[in-house]
Design a protein around this ligand. Structure first.
Ligand SMILES: [Zn+2]
Length: 416
């Protein structure tokens, strides 16, 4: 067997295994949720009605069926782009138009993203205006949906094209070690995005107003003081104009840190519950989870660029993924397209790590606020978001970044 044959064999084997694993887990989860349809789990009986429990089950099953469909559509488009040779044909066409590798790169990337964007529109429409609508979560109007899409398209072009231009320039000009410079550029770009996102990009889509509720404000300021946390303001975001799902998050670095609450979370939780949720988020900060995740992503992108740099030199890498000729832009595009295939089986490792962080943040919240408030906040959020309390254990182990409701609350009870 030649190296090319081994690579091609590996490609198809992983593609089949990944598809089967995803379908199997998806079906398992659906079956498990349905088998617990008729009864609210014992621990939640006093807080969640049978009707609410069944709504969560129906919502989960509906989304699960839909994700099976999108999975299959995704597989079909993937097969069309690569094994059926459409990406290669696009490359041939671009080569007939431009001599410059950078111009070809911008053209191929641009068309590839535009086509995928268009293919994705019906899926997004269905999930927003049919599924979310049916379960009462959708708040977005068709007009806002359309405006959002146009804004996203312009932003992607405005940010993406210059980014890609510089990246391709680096590959062209900086010799064999281009991948090191490309990696450094990418990291710098990511940090810049983290810095400008809260002040320049997020306000294009949402309104951020200072938190006004004075009782809640005092509670939160006390918590911040108690835990020695500095922030550059508390904001409420008008998430309810798109969806009634709730959340709270941090953005920014150092002194520019902002705490943002979705207006939807403030509507559904008491101020003690909001305090407990925030204490959990502060726990992530104090345990340096955000820093660790960032460090991990810096390291893994270094490894990724090293691999791209290596693959770039081998024609076999291109040929094994159904591309006839070598080029810098194709190396980047192919890597983006096929790396999920080669890293899929690492998913559970990241989920395990993330769940460990959740337990640590919960312990921090229990110490600095009240674990019972966090429990009732979580139950409320499960209820309001119609999240299932009974996911399949294996499905949950592979995919979920948060521990299942039952285990999480059990853990919190040991802390009170
Ligand atoms: Zn968390």
């Amino acid at each position: 067997m030649t190296f090319l044959q081994i690579l091609t064999f590996l490609f198809f084997t992983l593609l089949v295994l990944k598809t089967l694993a995803e379908l199997y887990l998806n079906l398992r989860n659906e079956k498990h949720v349905l088998s617990h349809f008729s009864k609210v789990p014992e621990d939640f009986k006093s807080n969640i009605t049978l009707e609410e429990h069944q709504k969560a089950a129906n919502y989960t099953v509906t989304k699960s069926k839909f994700s099976r469909l999108t999975m299959i559509l995704g597989l079909v488009t993937f097969l069309i782009w690569l094994p059926l040779g459409f990406l290669d044909r696009l490359d041939f066409w671009a080569r007939s138009i431009y001599d410059s590798e950078i111009s070809r790169g911008l053209l191929v990337f641009g068309i590839f993203f535009l086509v995928n964007l268009i293919i994705g529109i019906p899926q997004k429409l269905y999930s927003t205006f049919v599924i979310e609508e049916k379960f009462g979560f959708n708040k977005i109007t068709p007009k806002l949906f359309f405006v959002d899409m146009i804004k996203q398209l312009f932003l992607s072009a405005l940010i993406g094209l210059p980014f890609l231009y510089i990246l391709l320039k680096i590959v062209e000009q900086l010799g064999d070690l281009w991948w090191v410079y490309a990696w450094a550029f990418m990291i710098g770009f990511q940090f810049l995005m983290i810095l400008i996102y809260p002040t320049f990009i997020a306000p294009l889509f949402n309104k951020f107003s200072p938190l006004e509720d004075s009782e809640l404000k005092t509670t939160i300021e006390n918590l911040l003081k108690k835990t020695g946390f500095e922030s550059n303001g508390l904001f409420v975001m008008d998430a309810s104009k798109r969806s009634s799902h709730g959340n709270a998050y941090f953005t920014g670095f150092g002194k520019t840190k902002r705490i943002v609450f979705f207006d939807t979370i403030l509507k559904n939780l008491t101020s003690n519950e909001v305090e407990a949720v925030l204490a959990h988020e502060l726990g992530h900060f104090k345990h340096k989870h955000i820093f660790k995740m960032l460090a991990m992503s810096v390291l893994s992108s270094f490894i990724a660029f090293f691999i791209i740099g290596y693959c770039y030199q081998s024609l076999d890498f291109f040929n094994a993924h159904f591309i006839t000729q070598k080029s810098s832009y194709m190396a980047l595009l192919l890597f983006m397209l096929v790396s999920p295939l080669y890293t899929f089986f690492l998913t559970p490792i990241f989920s395990i790590m993330s769940r460990k962080h959740e337990y640590e943040a919960d312990a921090f919240a229990a110490e600095h606020s009240n674990s019972n408030d966090l429990i009732t906040a979580l139950v409320n959020l499960y209820k309001e978001n119609a999240s299932t309390l009974t996911p399949d254990p294996l499905f949950s182990k592979v995919y979920h970044s948060h521990p299942p409701a039952l285990e999480r609350i059990k853990h919190l009870k040991t802390l009170s």
